[in-house]
Design a protein around this ligand. Structure first.
Ligand SMILES: Nc1ncnc2c1ncn2[C@@H]1O[C@H](COP(=O)(O)OP(=O)(O)OP(=O)(O)O)[C@@H](O)[C@H]1O
Ligand SMILES: [Mg+2]
Length: 413
């Protein structure tokens, strides 16, 4: 008996989350989840191979036990380590008066991809943004249309080869063959954005423990992406310095008393915590804690705004921003984000889920869930059977088709 499975492993700075999904008709049914604390990763890059491999193994084994399937390949999230996005164009001549074929599109995209990419970088994604036939912009897909010259504009995302290789090694040490690395914000965007938002122009912002990942979607496709190497850990670390307490105490304080808006906290709200070197517990004002958190959180959104402005698409985000990731649970964050970014903000978590998925209905799991969904949309997500005899790596061309469809919701094929 074999099942059509798709597996996603979100290797985060705070947690590793493995999800096993069974493909039933057009839906993914979650049949197993494994969530374990992550060790050996900082700001989205591997810092301790064996610690990370142990975290991945623990998460995978948990998902195996829950699902009853053996896992040996997966779609894996990636962020951090100088991810570099750039836009490029490619063109192809069309011989004879015939409609554009899929292979013409593939060739134009391949030409766009040929732009100089340093040998020490690896291409993660090549995403078509728009097409033109004989200089005239076409609708979503040019397939079947007539013309002499097809042009494509693509968004290319690269990562340092060493960053990819280290993560690959940690996975292989856990006996996992990565099918494909998927940039965090693309996965998060897939899990939480609506088709309308993507069409109108939106930025998805995933604030995790070590990184803040963002992607700009306009006219249904990805136009810009970035990874900023700060997140919730830095907020906690500020509290450790300010309160003089260990990291785990500061983390508990943040989760229990934290707020991103000092003005929302009354001056008399206090709590007591044991600090370094003190005889008894010290008393803290919640408003002071909120002040520290607000300052750092505002800085994160200022950096996000800088990145959006730098992309040049700041005037095109008519649907505003969608904030997700573990830090989206910080009270007051929506108000602060809206103030700093100067646009409407929605907080989001994965919604469209079936199966054993209750635990995943939190903003911390947007990337994890998105990996599975994007993975499924990748046409070549070869079925993995019970014994794990899945076919090897996915071919680039096929994969492009998959992602292309995934990111252009209204495409007619
Ligand atoms: N209720 C809460 N209030 C404030 N912060 C929270 C809350 N819940 C979780 N967080 C923060 O969210 C962060 C973890 O988020 P998440 O699980 O998305 O990270 P990750 O995916 O492991 O990391 P990354 O994506 O950066 O590699 C931590 O900094 C944690 O303190
Ligand atoms: Mg994350």
């Amino acid at each position: 008996m074999s099942a059509h499975l798709v597996v996603g492993i979100d290797v985060g700075t705070t947690k590793v989350c493995t999800i096993v999904g069974e493909v039933r008709a057009d839906d993914i049914f979650v049949v197993g989840v494994g969530i374990e604390p992550s060790h050996g990763m900082k700001k989205g890059v591997v810092t301790d191979l064996s610690a990370l491999a142990a975290s991945i193994s623990a998460s995978v084994h948990q998902a195996e036990r829950a699902s009853g399937f053996e896992i040996n390949r997966a779609f894996v999230s990636l962020a951090g380590g100088q991810i570099a996005p750039r836009n490029s164009r490619g063109a192809v001549g069309l011989v004879g008066n015939r409609g554009v074929r899929e292979e013409d599109v593939d060739k134009a995209i391949e030409n766009a991809r040929m732009i100089a990419i340093p040998h020490n970088r690896e291409v993660l994604h090549v995403i078509p943004r728009s097409y033109a036939l004989d200089g005239v912009h076409t609708v979503r897909s040019p397939i079947g249309m007539h013309g002499f010259r097809l042009e494509v504009e693509v968004h290319i995302i690269t990562a340092p080869a060493t960053v990819v290789a280290n993560l690959e090694q940690a996975l292989r040490a856990s006996l996992i063959e990565p099918d494909r690395f998927i940039l965090n914000p693309l996965a998060s965007g897939d899990a939480v954005l609506t088709d309308e938002e993507r069409e109108m122009g939106v930025v998805v912002i995933d604030i995790g423990g070590g990184t803040t990942d963002l992607a700009v979607f306009i006219e249904g496709s990805v136009w810009h992406s970035a990874v900023i190497p700060i997140g919730g850990d830095l907020i906690t670390s500020d509290l450790t310095h300010w309160m003089r307490v260990p990291f785990d105490v500061a983390e508990t304080v943040k989760l229990q008393y934290g707020h991103a808006r000092q003005k929302s906290i009354g001056p008399l709200e206090t709590f007591a915590v044991q600090t370094f070197g003190a005889d008894g517990p010290d008393e803290f004002s919640r408003a002071d804690i909120a002040m520290v958190i607000e300052a750092r959180t505002a800085e994160i959104f200022e950096k996000v705004l800088e990145e959006i402005k730098h992309s040049g698409y700041d005037g095109l985000l008519r649907a505003g921003a969608v904030v997700t990731g573990g830090c989206a649970q910080l009270p007051g964050i929506r108000d602060l984000a809206s103030d700093v970014l100067g646009m409407p903000v929605r907080l989001a978590k994965p919604e469209r889920l079936t199966g054993m998925a209750d635990v995943l209905r939190s903003p911390a799991f947007s990337t994890s869930v998105g990996l599975l969904r994007l993975g499924l949309q990748m046409e070549s997500a070869a079925p993995l059977n019970v014994n794990g005899n899945g076919t090897p790596n996915i071919k680039l061309g096929k994969w492009l088709g998959g992602l292309f469809r995934g990111l252009l919701p209204d495409e007619e094929t």
